[in-house]
Design a protein around this ligand. Structure first.
Ligand SMILES: NC(=O)c1ccc[n+]([C@@H]2O[C@H](COP(=O)([O-])OP(=O)(O)OC[C@H]3O[C@@H](n4cnc5c(N)ncnc54)[C@H](OP(=O)(O)O)[C@@H]3O)[C@@H](O)[C@H]2O)c1
Length: 278
């Protein structure tokens, strides 16, 4: 991670950002960047020692308050503690729903218990945390929710279907929350990283060096682009996509299907009599 120094902040706090999965990778860089913007932090993950080291560094370097909230988000009691914090702490203005894991392999060959843990971490946890934040932010008519999805939401053929499915869920949830919470003054952004140089790859059993370098983004560049997308008011940020019109065209095509997806009658191709055999 690039830890280029910034002088301790004298800016007023922007409130508190609660970041899940802050002990490494994307979450740790969000913590760094948000601290330098003037947010106080609540850092969530399992590895308390790593979180404490990061919190200490950011307190020294950025002059913010940084608290460690050690939690295994696949554990219902730990998850409930984080939800309660989101509901009870009115200083929290930003939730980065980032903690996640991947499991390599086909459905038939993957460790199915690991797949279940992944669904708990990538789907259930961000859902419950988003719900807690949605209630709190909507009541205050302010707040920002950032959900870390993945470009694999769009291309399930490129990795495991289960991981891709969890990220498609995050994208769909985000799209729906934007409609639900936007009118109540709450910003919601989906971030869709492509392959990014973090520990997730080695942890999932797909070594980073197996990936073509041209596909791999450095984590600092990824988070800086995601925050630039947030600043620009983007609903969905795809950091590596230059041709943003391609994404907009896909969205337009998806929305154009809307009026035709639920009708009283089946399409005529399903009701025509089969052609007689020659
Ligand atoms: N890197 C990529 O190529 C890529 C691409 C697209 C999307 N993403 C998404 O980006 C997000 C961050 O991943 P990353 O790439 O930064 O990977 P990472 O470096 O492995 O970070 C994952 C974070 O999640 C935390 N975590 C894992 N299991 C947890 C659990 N049971 N409870 C609480 N926290 C847990 C980890 O901390 P502890 O181990 O300390 O708990 C760590 O802080 C994930 O949602 C991932 O799906 C990554």
């Amino acid at each position: 991670m690039n830890t280029a120094a910034a002088s301790p902040s004298t800016r007023p706090s922007l409130g508190v950002a609660l970041i899940t999965g802050a002990s490494s990778g994307i979450g740790a860089v969000y913590a760094d960047r948000l601290a330098r913007r003037g947010y106080d932090l609540v850092l969530v993950a399992r590895d308390g020692a790593r979180l404490s080291a990061l919190a200490g560094r950011l307190q020294r370097e950025a002059g913010v308050q940084a608290e460690v909230l050690q939690a295994d988000l696949t554990d219902r009691a730990d998850l409930a503690r984080v939800e309660q914090r989101l509901q009870a702490d009115a200083r929290i203005t930003l939730l980065v729903n980032n903690a996640g894991m991947a499991v390599s392999g086909t459905l038939a060959t993957a460790d199915i218990d690991a797949v279940e843990r992944m669904i708990a971490l990538n789907v259930l946890a961000p859902t419950r945390l988003a719900a807690a934040a949605a209630k709190a932010f909507a009541a205050r008519k302010a707040g920002t929710l950032v959900n870390i999805a993945s470009v694999l939401a769009l291309v399930p053929e490129m990795f495991s279907g289960t991981y891709s499915g969890t990220k498609a869920y995050v994208l769909n949830l985000t799209r729906s929350l934007q409609q639900e919470l936007g009118p109540q003054g709450v910003r919601v952004q989906a971030v869709m990283p492509g392959a990014t140089r973090t520990e997730i790859w080695d942890r999932s059993g797909t070594p980073l060096h197996h990936l073509p370098q041209a596909m791999l983004m450095d984590v600092d560049a990824l988070v800086d682009a995601a925050l630039a997308g947030l600043d620009q008011g983007e609903a969905v940020t795809i950091p590596s996509l230059e041709a943003v019109h391609e994404w907009n065209a896909l969205e337009d095509a998806r929305r154009a299907l809307g009026p035709f997806l639920s009708l009283q009658q089946p399409a005529t191709r399903y009701t025509r009599a089969p052609a007689a055999a020659a």
